[in-house]
Ligand binder design. Structure first.
Ligand SMILES: [Zn+2]
Ligand SMILES: [Zn+2]
Length: 504
């Protein structure tokens, strides 16, 4: 073992004894910086315990670690990890302002052209210039390979400007770099184009980085994702996951990253796309095409003369809340909150989502935007979870409207802004501004084998799981192996037998 290695270990040991307990102030600063908390972020006061616990759970959910609501030693280790300085939950109004006009509704930032020029304005003193250039080209190529985007080097005025910076460096105190470790880099959303790397990191290239140095290429591909308009993804293994994953000799973009970038720019001509070839492509119409195969009729649950229980209730919509609980929306404006332990409480939707629509048909949540969306007919409501208020209601119009009423909806990517809407037998993709993507119509049965044609609700649970709900049944769909891994009765599986009485 080399002396350097031993010194490194000593340093880690010293660090871990010193950082055994982060103060509540430090924890809240971290949660504020990455967008999980907004209460009292600009003053010395603490947030309310309720908001702090919710923010910790949200961060734990996003980071794919155990959701406990308290910060233990394992959580502190994650908080000390090398990562990107960009927010996980976008709180900046320029990204999505609920007061904007509907046509500006949550478009997500993107470049309005496909050829982007770039240059490196300030190199690192620690890295060879020719190698920094070639690794930058290689990083950009990963994005141009899956989109119509083209990148050109230039020495004049460029769209993308890359530089290595130290501490406070001209974009505000909040963006100051922090020396070696923790924050590695940040980038601005379109059409700003600035990409900054922390010069004080121990930068290296490829194989040479080991555990102690940081690979420039790996961080660069991630930062360029932001430059092109992607948010952080809560999908572990995605490039847009906020934490540094280390050098990988066979690096490829994750399906989640490709979905995200293609939701903004579309696939490149004749290039790789994550959308499987359609069996049939529909044009958006006002009437639903009849699916050729109808499933065998589902036997109706036996009606008992007594009040129906929560275990046999018909689900209207469902989302996974940011603290990890499952919210199930029922008729007559009731919502059930279910934890993984099956705990159940039930209250009026308006107690949690003020001004939410009566009898919504579908709902979805985007953790990186802090928003929960509700759909009914051609309308979309967006609820700002952090500020606890309903934003603009979008009314769909124009030629690209939904072909039929939505039954369920899920987000397609952790970092993008496309959603998949399920109708009766068919499904389609929609941008968050409500625009249905032309040519995105598919039969549900061709995309999700084993799922009933007419589902009641769907929830994207984690990186490989979607739950579909139909009557009192659930279907756990494995998105990697593309099959129904489990199906069963909703009540026993989710409520653990705690059925109670349903609302009249
Ligand atoms: Zn980032
Ligand atoms: Zn900067």
């Amino acid at each position: 073992m080399s002396l350097r290695r031993i010194l490194g270990l000593v340093a880690i040991l010293v660090l871990s004894t010193v950082t055994g307990e982060k103060s509540t102030e430090e924890i809240e600063r971290y949660l504020c910086k990455y967008g999980y908390l907004i209460e009292n972020c600009n003053n010395e006061r603490l947030a309310s315990p309720e908001n702090r616990v919710y923010a910790i759970k949200w961060w734990q959910m996003f980071s794919n670690i155990e959701v406990t609501g308290v910060i233990g030693p394992a959580d502190e280790e994650v908080m000390n990890r090398r990562r990107c300085a960009c927010e996980d939950v976008m709180q900046k109004d320029e990204v999505m302002n609920p007061d904007l006009q509907p046509q500006q509704f949550n478009l997500g930032p993107k470049w309005r052209k496909t050829t982007l020029s770039w240059k490196i304005t300030k190199y690192s003193r620690k890295l060879s210039r020719p190698k920094t250039l070639s690794e930058t080209r290689r990083a950009l190529r990963h994005w141009s390979d899956v989109t119509p985007l083209r990148f050109t080097e230039s020495s004049g005025d460029t769209d993308i400007n890359i530089s290595f910076e130290t501490r406070v460096h001209g974009d505000g105190n909040a963006n100051a770099f922090d020396g070696r470790g923790r924050v590695l880099a940040h980038a601005f959303f379109p059409s700003n184009g600035r990409v900054h790397f922390d010069e004080e990191e121990d930068w290296g290239f490829g194989d040479e980085v080991g555990d102690t140095k940081t690979d420039f290429f790996t961080v660069a591909v991630h930062e360029f994702g932001h430059t092109l308009g992607l948010f952080h993804s809560d999908i572990q293994g995605a490039l847009m996951f906020p934490y540094y994953a280390g050098y990988n000799a066979t690096f490829k973009l994750h399906t989640d990253d490709i979905r995200g970038i293609q939701s903004l720019y579309g696939p490149g001509p004749g290039r790789e796309t994550t959308t499987p070839r359609p069996l049939t492509t529909f044009r958006p119409t006002t009437r639903a095409p009849q699916p050729r195969i109808t499933p065998a009729p589902t036997p109706r649950p036996t009606q008992t003369p007594t009040l129906p229980t929560n275990c046999s209730i018909r689900i209207q919509a469902a989302v996974r809340d940011f603290d990890g609980t499952l919210l199930v929306f029922l008729r007559r404006n009731y919502v059930m909150r279910i934890t993984e332990r099956g705990f159940l409480d039930r209250f009026r939707v308006n107690n949690l989502f003020r001004r939410a629509p009566w009898n919504m048909e579908a709902a979805y949540s985007i953790p990186s935007l802090g928003r929960t969306f509700f759909m009914r007919g051609q309308r979309i409501w967006q609820f700002d979870r952090m500020r606890n208020r309903m934003g603009t209601i979008l009314v769909q119009g124009g030629p690209r409207t939904m072909p039929e009423r939505p039954r369920a909806v899920i987000a397609t990517s952790g970092s993008g802004n496309d959603v998949e809407v399920f109708g009766s037998g068919i499904m389609w993709r929609m941008r968050m501004n409500g625009e249905v993507k032309v040519g995105s119509h598919r039969y549900i049965r061709s995309q999700y084998r084993g799922i009933p044609n007419e589902i009641d609700a769907a929830v994207r649970w984690d990186s490989r799981t979607i739950y579909f709900f139909k009557d009192d049944k659930f279907y756990r769909y494995d998105t990697q192996r593309r099959y129904v891994a489990m199906e069963g009765d909703f009540g026993p599986a989710f409520l653990k037998g705690n059925c109670g009485n349903a609302p009249k």
